[in-house]
Design a protein around this ligand. Sequence first.
Ligand code: SF4
Ligand code: SF4
Length: 411
Amino acid sequence: MNEDEAYEYVKNTLKKELITPYHADELEIVKSVSCCINCGLCINHCPVVAAIGLDRFNGPRSIAVELSRSPPEYWSTADKIYLCTGCGTCREVCPKNVDIPEIVNLIRARIFEHRPDLVPKGFMLVKEIIAEHNLAFEPWVDREEKAESRDMRLERLGLPHIPDVVKKNAEVLFYPGCQAEERTQEVREAAKVILDLFAVDFTVLDEFSCCSLPSHLMGDEDSARNLAKQLKKKVKKLGVKKVVTTCAGCTSNLADLAERDNWGTPTYHLLEFLAEEIGFDRIKQALKEQTPSQSVHVSVHDPCHLIRHTSRRIMDYAMDILSLMPGVKVTESITHDSCCGGGGMVSYHSRDVADAVVKENLISLEETGAERLVTPCPLCTAQIESNLFKSGSSIEVDDLTVFLAQRFSKE
Ligand code: SF4
Ligand code: SF4
């Protein structure tokens, strides 16, 4: 009996008790919990605790020391565990590196497997969409209407349309993520404009499919594994050397999958690719001069999936690139790196919690006096933009990819 067969055998014997043995990578996460020294630092930094209080969300320490030890505790967390945005702040401040965000995902996975009655209904709807379309959003029914919407967006932004090319053995696979593929098409198109401008040899997928992060966050590990396997096969078949994406969540998830499952293709966020592969000299040369009337005062939001799940280096690159731009003044808000509430699929079942988390960000953003916010993630863009709109603010929001594409001109 090999290792996988032995695992399946043990799993089947424990099924009736609603117990799933840990996979090897899960064991590491579980071991990290036992390192908790109950210091409480994480509670003071958790944005959900700050936004809604300990009565409604008992916070990361409680998840570590009380709620993550055995199945009956997992089931009892169901009203709390889905309120974590997975921002990773607790893990970042924890002196013992307790991996709370992944413990949350592990508990969600056990609930999904054994107690689907406790899973938020909103998650089940997303599961159905993913099962039917391999995407986390309903795709456009009419492809012509989708193209018209794309063209209208490009016209408004003054960006050209670079036709999709699918080819084998390109240097780069450009992977926009579900949101930019089906909703914020301007982000997908702006990235292609930038890659084309720097003469990058790139392809897109013939048939787009989700990176698996939404399934993983919901706890639907079977779907997550299938989607990851499917995408790996497509990447291998195309024979690309690198994957470039514009979504913070896809960046961290694909980088993690590629490392754990030996994809052989490193993943870059577009900002990282620009800084490391194109270089600041070429970036500087490609920047358009701006007239005084085109000057703009911006503030920046740092997506959790970049700074806490991938590397803070990526947002340093963003600031370096912005500092090169003629006519762009940048003022950071004091909450530039705190969670916007858009993560962890929280808004799919508790929109009020997601919106309570972003409130502090909006207050400090107004204090900067900036007229525009830029952020390199379509999900953060949508979450902050809709809340600014609801608050009556005049601050506009751009995905940073779009903002950059508008300020480059062909070499
Ligand atoms: S990941 Fe973020 S929201 Fe979740 S417990 Fe940790 S600090 Fe709180
Ligand atoms: S910061 Fe880390 S060690 Fe301290 S209570 Fe939180 S999880 Fe435990």
